[in-house]
Design a protein around this ligand. Sequence first.
Ligand code: BTN
Length: 278
Amino acid sequence: MPRMTEASDWSRAADPARRVGHAVEFHAEIGSTNDRAREALGEPGGEGLAIVADLQTAGRGRRGRTWISPPGVNLLCSVAVRPRIAPELTGLLGIAAALAVRDACDAFVPAAGLAIRWPNDVIAADGRKVAGVLVETALEGGQLAEAVIGMGINVNADASALPAEVAATATSLRALGGVTVDRVSLLGRVLSAVDAELRALEDGEAPLRRLRASSWLDGREVTVDTGSGTITGCVAGIGDDGSLLLDAAMGRLAISVGEVVRVNEADATHRAMAAVAE
Ligand code: BTN
């Protein structure tokens, strides 16, 4: 059984020299860490303050989903920032945060082959989800005024403790690596990586090369819900703006906003067999 993480322990993940994660605010229970991070942005020192909770009563995921996580075992964290980037780079901000989470988790389970499933899920090599990122933004005068980056990472949850509706499609770092992961150390790595990714994006360095190198969907046949309908096609790669390139019946499409709702597993099996045959 993992040792209880005390409220005071979390401050070990902070670094006053950083913009993201200069301090950590811990809540035993909260509605959503994203809401508290947004509120904190209006307070002195609120930019980059990491909000962490053991339990969320109104945790949310992308596209209106609920984010359910058993208490005290996973990492639920949000930071709000005023990004100095053009609004059209918001998609890349989510991707950069997902890469930061992937890299931080990878340090604890290097053999798990963690990858990115567009747009910003972190998954194990078999496609089961380890972490999700939710970026909520506000525009002012056409400029990106604020972005709340919420990260939910399945750290030490037992497979049996995961919500029934995601048990087949989710896993945790502990399940993958076989050892309990120190959540405070993981948070320190996550915050440091998000800080570096944000700075790079603001300096005009999009993380495209690393996204392309760790993109799990390439070559797979998928169905994407774009919000105005679904499209099925074969993933051809990632565009320069972070969009998903899809070869569909009507030709090559660049999808900038959407969610992959189905991966054709028969196709994945075919790919694996083809790889063995090569
Ligand atoms: C997704 O995969 O749909 C995104 C999930 C994001 C969940 C995290 S948990 C911390 C933060 N607070 C929330 O309410 N959501 C994010």
